[in-house]
Design a protein around this ligand. Structure first.
Ligand SMILES: *Cc1c(COP(=O)(O)O)cnc(C)c1O
Length: 241
């Protein structure tokens, strides 16, 4: 089965990257990015031991989650609109793509209504690509305390999507910058932030070497996505509208 072989290879590459970086493999969580994949593929991945999945559209996740084993955990990794926050809070265990105070406030509101606390990551557009969502680092630092003051939100760390490149070594500085920014946030908050969600199929080994705790892997695991969601690196052109 291709999925089992792909997973085996990815795990070996994760282990090797951890070894190069002097890290324990248990400190890196492989998140299976299942956007554009059918529930059957997700159930298959679950049988192989994967438990953390990522979706980039609330509607798609809503339709699929009920058809998958109940023990799986789901994170929202795509751009979230305020009118989808209610469902996002209901269906996801974490929202990795928070990129404004207004969005954080909306999530906080719905978490409060459902008597939940919502773990979030703050998404940062480190490279400043106009095609991508995410905070500018200076904006993030200026809003951080206000987000942290929201009672029903817990900031667990930062997330980024590196620019696409055929040479992953080129995006190493992006991952380094996210790590340094997390350290700055920790100083401001006076508390540690456990997560750096960075690295995808093309660049996860570099991300691990630079401190990733969550790598979000889609195509290297499942193979190419169905046409409708092909090439959905989370951009303004093809993100959720
Ligand atoms: C699609 C997507 C991924 C996975 O991309 P692959 O290149 O298929 O591994 C990771 N993160 C986000 C935010 C995505 O939208």
């Amino acid at each position: 089965m291709a999925l089992a072989e792909n997973l085996e290879k990815i795990q070996q590459r994760i282990n090797a990257a951890c070894e190069r970086a002097g890290r324990q493999p248990e400190t890196v969580t492989l998140q299976a990015v299942s956007k554009g994949q059918l529930p059957a593929a997700i159930r298959e991945a679950s049988k192989l031991g994967l438990t953390l999945f990522g979706e980039n559209k609330v509607q798609e996740a809503k339709a699929k989650i009920g058809q998958c084993p109940a023990n799986l955990r789901w994170h929202m990794i795509g751009h979230l609109q305020s009118n989808k926050c209610r469902d996002a809070v209901h269906f996801f265990q974490m929202i990795q793509s928070v990129d404004s105070l207004a969005l954080a406030q909306e999530i906080d509101k719905w978490a409060d209504k459902s008597a939940k606390t919502m773990p979030i990551l703050l998404e940062v557009n480190i490279a400043g690509e106009s095609s991508k969502f995410g905070y500018r680092p200076d904006q993030l630092l200026s809003e951080l305390l206000q987000i942290n003051a929201l009672h029903k939100i817990e900031i667990h760390g930062l997330m980024t999507i590196a620019p696409w490149t055929p040479e992953p070594e080129k995006v190493r500085p992006i991952f380094q910058k996210l790590r340094l920014l997390k350290e700055e946030c920790e100083k401001i908050l006076g508390a540690p932030l456990p997560h750096l969600s960075m690295g995808m199929s093309g660049d996860f080994e570099i991300a691990i070497e630079e401190g990733a705790t969550i790598v979000r892997i889609g195509t290297a695991l499942f193979g190419p996505r169905a046409r409708a969601t092909k090439d959905t690196r989370e951009t303004k052109q093809n993100g959720e509208v």
